[in-house]
Design a protein around this ligand. Structure first.
Ligand code: AMP
Length: 212
């Protein structure tokens, strides 16, 4: 049985791009708590309305709320998942273990990168919600401005991908990551990879980590 994968790393370190490759090549199911929350906002659900302001500021949504959403959207006994965006703090790491994984084999992959370069990188990110493609206006621009190369759909600039919110999201990350890394290190399931390398090189490192 393939290990459940937990992707750790600051916003903009390439977790979403790599998750897409892992799904295509290794048959995993991608579950992103950020995507689940954004989908609640676009449905205008009660939960969506509750979390919108928090997400616009780049702060974290309540742990139990995110845990319930995660549990409602995964069937851990029957699929191998990539957890992207969860856990965001040590409490969530413990909740993931006790309420979701419950002892199932897992591996945590840390996308290690210098945080200083990320503000520019994330501010230039554009996403295609339907195809899941992720572009960067500087390093990976679409062929036709504002349109996805694959689906032709309009690209979206996430509301929380503006410089001010990004700085707050990075600050939240800086304040919470160390205990999460210690937690997975002490369980012996942490693999740290250099996320500043090219997407293909990073993928090779991810695949090695999955198979190690
Ligand atoms: P992401 O798409 O992972 O960058 O997440 C976007 C935003 O969704 C974050 O800035 C938080 O406001 C919220 N969010 C996503 N995942 C979580 C989580 N596990 N716990 C709390 N808030 C989350």
């Amino acid at each position: 049985m393939k290990p459940q994968l937990i992707l750790l790393g600051a916003p903009g370190t390439g977790k979403g791009t790599q998750a897409k490759k892992i799904v295509e090549k290794l048959g995993y199911t991608h579950i992103s708590t950020g995507d689940l929350l954004r989908s609640e906002i676009s449905k205008n659900s009660e939960l969506g309305m509750k979390v919108k302001g928090i997400m616009d500021r780049g702060d974290l949504v309540n742990d139990q709320v995110v845990l319930e959403l995660l549990n409602a959207n995964c069937d851990i006994a029957n699929s191998a998942y990539i957890f992207d965006g969860f856990p965001r703090n040590i409490e969530q790491a413990e909740l993931l273990e006790t309420n979701v994984l419950k002892g199932i084999k897992s591996k945590a992959i840390y996308f290690n990168m210098d945080l200083e370069v990320l503000v520019e990188r994330i501010s230039n990110r554009r996403v295609a919600p339907k195809s899941g493609e992720i572009y960067n206006l500087l390093s990976k621009p679409p062929k036709n401005e504002g349109k996805c190369d694959i689906s032709g759909e309009d690209l979206v600039h996430r509301k929380d991908d503006n410089a001010e919110t990004v700085r707050n999201r990075l600050e939240v990350f800086r304040n919470t990551i160390a205990p999460i890394l210690d937690y997975y290190e002490s369980k012996g399931v942490l693999v740290s990879i250099d996320a500043s390398r090219s997407a293909n090189e990073v993928y090779d490192l991810v695949e090695q980590a999955v198979n190690s």
